[in-house]
Design a protein around this ligand. Structure first.
Ligand code: ZN
Length: 55
C-alpha cells in the first residue's frame, strides 16, 4: 500500500518548499535554500525544511 507522500513523489509533482532559519526564524520559499540568511547571515546549514502551512 502506498502512502500519499509516495504517490506524490511518483507523480513527479514538486511542492514549494519552505525553509526556516533556525537562528532568526526567517522563512523563504523555494529550493535550494539560500546560501546565507538575508536577515542574520547564518549559513544555509542553519536552514531547516519546514512543512508548508496548509498541507
Ligand atoms: Zn537568519
Amino acid at each position: 500500500m502506498q502512502t500519499m507522500a509516495e504517490e506524490r513523489k511518483n507523480n513527479g509533482e514538486t511542492e514549494p518548499l519552505l525553509w526556516a532559519c533556525l537562528k532568526c526564524g526567517y522563512r523563504v520559499e523555494g529550493e535550494p535554500p539560500p546560501e546565507k540568511c538575508p536577515e542574520c547571515g547564518a549559513d544555509k546549514s542553519e536552514f531547516e525544511e519546514v512543512p508548508k502551512p496548509g498541507y
